[in-house]
Ligand binder design. Structure first.
Ligand code: AMP
Length: 170
């Protein structure tokens, strides 16, 4: 596992001052590490899951591979204005202002079990919004799965109503 941690690169002050950005590209370009990550994440997705939903854009990298491997459907959750068909949206609070994410209105069957994937859990606001969006669409959030969790930011508390799994805790 140590080698996976070593492939996460800290970029200070990106995209703005005071943020230490966790750059996952060294891990992604290492085929053995990427395969290992996908296999571990796959082991943490229940068999009963029908769809894998992910938040753009880095969530897509993992969700596409997992959906293929586990033979499940993939659902994109995107920032407002990107999805072409009828959408359902959810607006959530950021530190300054708000953000809106969307899903296609026909993405999920009523009662369908969905796992949400993202690359990183920080405050949990994004994943919480994605979970609410899946529920608004009629789905049941079975689990929320992350590659990285920034434990100090306590995103786990924000997501306390959900089962979560994070592979790497920083
Ligand atoms: P949050 O809503 O605070 O949990 O933020 C999570 C979302 O923001 C994820 O989609 C991450 O890709 C991105 N993010 C937040 N903080 C960082 C960070 N330090 N490094 C890389 N991505 C981050």
């Amino acid at each position: 596992m140590k080698e996976l941690y070593n492939l996460i690169r800290d970029i200070p002050d990106f995209p703005k001052k005071g943020i230490i950005f966790k750059d996952i590209t060294p891990l992604l370009k290492d085929e053995k590490a990427f395969e290992k990550v996908i296999k571990i994440l796959a082991d943490n997705i229940p068999d009963s899951t029908k769809k894998i939903a992910a938040i753009e854009s880095r969530g897509f990298i993992f969700a596409g591979a997992l959906a293929f491997l586990l033979k499940k459907g993939f659902i994109p959750i995107r920032k407002t204005g990107k999805l072409p068909y009828k959408t359902i949206n959810y607006t959530y609070q950021l530190e300054y202002g708000t953000d809106t994410i969307e899903i296609h209105s026909d993405a999920i069957e009523k009662g369908e079990k969905v796992v949400i994937i993202d690359d990183l859990l920080a405050t949990g606001g994004t994943a919480y919004a994605a979970a609410k969006l899946v529920e608004k669409c009629g789905g049941v959030v079975e689990k929320i799965v992350f590659l990285i969790e920034l434990s100090a930011l306590n995103g786990e508390e924000k997501l306390k109503d959900y089962q979560i799994f994070s592979l790497l805790k920083l």
